[in-house]
Design a protein around this ligand. Structure first.
Ligand SMILES: NC(=O)C1=CN([C@@H]2O[C@H](COP(=O)(O)OP(=O)(O)OC[C@H]3O[C@@H](n4cnc5c(N)ncnc54)[C@H](O)[C@@H]3O)[C@@H](O)[C@H]2O)C=CC1
Ligand SMILES: O=C(CO)COP(=O)(O)O
Length: 329
């Protein structure tokens, strides 16, 4: 099996390291200087420090070289870079099975990755999304994780899950692309809220309430867009929501924790040095929810906090002072 992992951030590198034990893998970095540094140190100091790159892992900064002769393309760039990467691949006349990893909406268009793919990858090969609870550091270290691979073409989802599984990396297949994408995108927004709550010193009760009501919001939007209930209760929904709301390795949770301490969003993102998809997704999901008349109070409070319309304490008060309602989704 030959795999090209396109994007050398934390997640692309983590998976490339994992897959290199059982497949022939090339990791592509768009920045030649970044690639040269990885070649020299056999480590991705910038995005996944303290993880040795196996000797067998190929490195390339030339996209054409990275994709030559492979069985799978794995798009490991953030949502903001997905369309651009697909366009570059199309210019190379690539026609290959593709799996994407990004968890978020495209800025400005309110589009999930599958909709971007429909515009930029039509007819170029079967494609699916891989998502679920998976911190890159743990996967790179060979610790167990279970993810979902969803594709509209069920047979492709099953085949890709079989081909891309690795020791301690269990992949389930699904045909619910929208449900899987909504879970991955919305959990990042709720993780910011959970970080704010913990950062303000609230307890386990508050966090459990945010996770549960966050799941209700995710489900409400996801069902409206055509996702399936069981998907939101699965690995890519509730599973990733629990991980990201409770695990300090989450960059989105870190954004919330630091906002609660009074840091500016700009400063936090600069200090993190990684993508926190929940920031863009909060804005896009709230716009979409507005158009669809769907209530998403937690996402709305996060969006207003990110846009400096509320302080962290005011965001909490806005949630607690909403009018009484029935619990149902
Ligand atoms: N880090 C993790 O544990 C996990 C991340 N993800 C998702 O995977 C995606 C990538 O995340 P990470 O690798 O962690 O991010 P990262 O912030 O560690 O690295 C981002 C990588 O993408 C590149 N990049 C940034 N903007 C780009 C653009 N416009 N065009 C092309 N390349 C661009 C950067 O140079 C860098 O190599 C995100 O959507 C994230 O939500 C999913 C599961 C786990
Ligand atoms: O998606 C992730 C784990 O499943 C990583 O979450 P963060 O982007 O918040 O670090």
């Amino acid at each position: 099996m030959k795999i090209a992992v396109l994007g050398a951030g934390a997640w692309g590198t983590g998976l490339a390291v994992r897959w290199a034990g059982s497949a022939q893998v090339t990791l592509w970095a768009r920045n030649p200087e970044h690639l040269a540094a990885m070649r020299a140190s056999r480590c991705n100091e910038r995005y996944l420090p303290n993880v040795a790159l196996p000797e067998a892992l190929g490195l390339a900064s030339d996209l054409a070289e990275a994709v030559r002769g492979v069985d799978y393309l794995v798009a490991a760039v953030p949502s903001a870079g997905f369309r651009g990467l697909l366009q570059q691949l199309a210019e190379l006349r690539c026609r290959l099975p593709l799996v994407w990893l990004c968890k978020g909406f495209e800025a400005g268009s309110m589009k999930l990755p599958h909709a971007v793919l429909a515009e930029a990858w039509a007819g170029r090969g079967p494609a699916g999304v891989l998502s679920g609870p998976s911190f890159a550091q743990e996967v790179a270290a060979g610790q167990p994780a279970a993810l979902t691979l969803a594709a509209a073409d069920e047979a492709f989802a099953r085949r890709a899950a079989q081909d891309l599984h690795a020791p301690a990396l269990r992949l389930y297949s699904s045909s619910d692309v929208i449900g899987v994408e909504i879970g991955g995108a919305l959990k990042n927004v709720i993780a910011i809220a959970a970080g704010v709550s913990d950062g303000l010193g609230f307890g386990h009760n508050a966090r459990a309430a945010l996770v549960t009501r966050g799941l209700a919001e995710m489900t409400r939007l996801g069902l409206k867009l055509g996702g399936r209930m069981e998907t939101f209760m699965g690995l890519s929904g509730l599973g990733d929501l629990i991980l990201t709301c409770t695990g300090d390795l989450s960059r989105n949770r870190q954004v919330g924790l630091r906002l609660a301490q009074g840091q500016s969003l700009e400063g936090i993102l600069r200090e993190l040095g990684h993508i926190a998809e929940g920031v863009t997704t909060a804005r896009e999901a709230c716009r979409l929810a507005g158009e669809l008349s769907i209530e998403m109070p937690i996402a709305d409070a996060v969006r207003r906090l990110l846009d400096s319309e509320l302080t962290p304490k005011e965001a909490v008060a806005a949630l607690l002072n909403r009018e009484q309602k029935d619990e149902g989704v």
